[in-house]
Design a protein around this ligand. Structure first.
Ligand code: WT7
Length: 643
């Protein structure tokens, strides 16, 4: 960390950047810190279109914030309508490629029409401001169209990642008491169909709140349609008008709820609202991605995660960008699919995860090297700390030592990027998210909330509320307060450990709670454990993250069984399938160890710290004095050879 190589912005890049040089960054940061309301108020006025101006910028009844109070705005209007009076009208908004190879280029004018039409469909189904629609689709243009149509009416959308199982879908629909589900027959992934509609049917057996299911025909495979409840998208759309005025909504109207894993078995419904969210998503497009009018921008995440919400849909479209969407797997039909896409579409900005980068490294340099990547001018990384080797490869092999890499730290809860370099201003250090963005007051503290100073590890916190912050947890304000604002009273606890160096650069060290990060996706140990103990053979389960070369962490499970004769090999396979069914196949455990007991404290709490040590090094070196039965650990540590 101390002797990390520093990459200063090239003068060619800096000259054309929105924010130039450290003075440029410092000036913005200072203004935001000194007069936050004036800073955000001015930006809201110049950068967004309002139906009615707010009466005051900010209201804070800790831990509940309101931004642009009394203002009327519409996210869909800001992403679409306002561009139509400008030369962006005929600009490509969405550049889409299906996995089988179809291409669609949708201009802002086209997108506006498609969104209006689908908003009329939703209206015809009786959906109105404040209702909830679950969106469970693959990466097709109709996914952002559905979101923008909901936003147009003030219908709160909640995207459930297409990789989630029927069971996981069901719990989200139930928690949200959604009135409608928007889905597709299926989605293409590595040449195979993901049967989305089947999963919806299974989930809906226990979801009485849902009265309408709208099904996009994507794969064309056979699905069952329940009459009265299920409708084809194209049939509902056939007779509707191309016009649908955007509702003037309260700035604090919830735009969406997105579920993410917390430290208990129950996922948290993160609530984002409209005005503040949109403003900070749009500003970070300029500050971090240095977006220019002519850019072709590609965030290769899935819209099922927050990255896709803020940086495929709302941020880029509010900023008037051309946003690329690719439906399928990166290695289909061959490991050069992405590089081909970049070359063919002259992509300028690529935003992806360290997991994806490490998978590309493993496939070999011949794949990117076979394509012309000279259009790229900026690279981004998100989801987990990027290790120096992956950083260097990304920088050299993809960026040809010409493109800055913006390592962006943020969370579902923060709504937009919090810590990241402004690429024309801030020198890079591989592995560091560098400096907080304007309006972000970060610090590192100990358990008592005392700042630990530089070069010491501690808890990453944010001291001041910011426009795109989560407002609450869906119907659970108490959990919101406890989870984020009470550990250290009055400050936002991120759940990450971090260190700050003498240049003020932040180095994220990973989660400090019982949350794992697998391929940049958040998974809760508790959620996995409760899924495992629902299996008839399982008595008790403990789950920890195990370091993994490609995915960062992998799921490792320790399981004790109920009395009976079990074939461990068959059962391990069965449990993997079980987790895929209960949560989704991306959560499948890599390792399952059967044991006769779990290490516990005298008060009965599972000591996951010890299990983490066992899966990492097969030894336990830390403090074991609170352990009830030391022999459990010795047995576990010596057991690894049998697997
Ligand atoms: C957690 C948030 C934000 C979109 C993707 C994940 C980790 C995220 C970085 C980064 C180190 C990172 C943190 C954070 N994380 N970005 N650039 N460097 N760690 O969203 O599922 O809400 O997870 O991801 O641990 O708390 P999420």
């Amino acid at each position: 960390m101390a002797d990390a190589t520093v990459y200063a912005p090239s003068s060619a890049f800096a000259e054309r950047a929105h924010v130039r040089g450290m003075e440029g960054y410092r000036e913005l940061y200072r203004r935001a810190a000194e007069k936050p309301e004036e800073f955000w108020g001015q930006l809201a006025e110049t950068e967004l279109a309002w139906f009615q101006k707010w009466s005051h910028v900010f209201e804070w009844q800790p831990p509940f914030a309101k931004w642009f109070v009394g203002g009327k705005i519409n996210a869909s209007y800001n992403c679409l309508d306002r561009h139509l009076a400008t030369p962006r009208k005929n600009k490509i908004a969405i550049l889409w490629e299906g996995e089988p190879g179809e291409k669609r280029r949708i201009t802002y004018e086209d997108l506006h029409r498609l969104v209006c039409r689908f908003a009329n469909v939703l209206k015809d189904r009786g959906l109105k401001t404040g209702d909830r629609a679950i969106v469970y689709m693959g990466m097709v243009p109709e996914l952002p169209i559905a979101l923008l149509a909901c936003a147009r009416l003030g219908v709160i959308h909640s995207v459930v990642f297409g990789g989630f199982s029927a069971e996981a879908l069901k719990t989200r629909i139930q928690d949200l008491e959604a009135q409608a589900v928007i889905t597709a027959d299926g989605a293409w992934r590595r040449g195979k169909e993901v049967r989305l509609k089947d999963a919806v049917d299974e989930a809906l057996a226990e979801c009485p709140s849902v009265h309408d299911v709208i099904v996009l025909r994507r794969t064309g495979e056979t699905v069952t349609m329940q009459s009265g409840r299920d409708h084809w998208w194209h049939e509902l759309e056939a007779g509707v008008s191309d016009e649908c005025p955007a509702e003037p909504l309260d700035s604090e109207q919830p735009l969406y709820v997105l579920y993410t894993s917390g430290t208990t078995g129950k996922p948290k419904g993160i609530v984002h609202t409209t005005g503040g969210y949109l403003l900070q998503a749009q500003m970070t497009m300029k500050w971090v991605f240095d977006l220019r009018e002519e850019d072709v921008y590609w965030c290769a995440a899935d819209i099922g995660w927050v990255t896709g919400h803020s940086y495929i849909v709302y941020g880029p479209l509010a900023a008037g960008a051309t946003t690329v969407i690719y439906e399928g797997a990166p290695d289909f039909p061959q490991p050069d699919r992405w590089w081909r896409l970049i070359a063919e579409n002259r992509v300028n900005i690529l935003y992806t995860s360290p997991t994806a980068i490490r998978a590309f490294i493993r496939q070999g340099d011949q794949w990117p090297n076979a394509h012309d990547l000279s259009s790229l001018r900026l690279l981004g990384s998100v989801g987990e700390p990027i290790n120096p080797a992956a950083w260097e490869w990304y920088y050299k092999t993809i960026g040809k030592e010409r493109c800055p890499i913006v390592d962006t730290w943020w969370q579902t809860e923060t709504g937009s990027i919090m810590i990241a370099p402004m690429p024309g201003a801030v020198p890079l250090k591989p592995g560091s998210g560098t400096l907080p963005l304007p309006g972000v007051v970060a610090d590192i503290v100990d358990l008592d909330g005392k700042p630990v100073g530089n070069n010491r590890e501690g808890f990453l916190i944010l001291r001041r509320p910011w426009p795109s912050m989560a407002r609450t947890l869906w119907r659970d304000p108490d959990r919101y307060r406890q989870q984020y604002w009470e550990r250290v009273p009055g400050v936002y606890m991120t759940g990450d450990a971090a260190r700050r160096d003498d240049d003020g650069y932040y180095w994220i060290l990973g989660r400090v709670d019982d949350v794992m990060n697998v391929s940049g996706h958040r998974l809760s140990t508790m959620e996995l454990e409760s899924a495992l103990v629902r299996h008839p053979a399982v008595a008790e389960a403990a789950v920890v993250g195990k370091p993994h070369e490609i995915t960062g962490q992998a799921v490792a499970c320790f399981v004790t069984l109920k009395k009976g004769e079990w074939n461990h090999n068959d059962l391990a396979e069965d449990l993997r399938k079980w987790v895929a069914k209960e949560i989704g196949s991306f959560a499948k455990p890599e390792q399952i160890r059967f044991t006769d007991a779990l290490p516990k404290t005298r008060s009965g709490k599972i000591m996951r710290r010890l299990l983490r040590e066992i899966v990492t090094s097969n030894a336990v070196t830390g403090d074991v004095t609170t352990l009830e039965d030391l022999s459990v650990v010795t047995r576990l540590a010596s057991q690894h050879d049998e697997e």
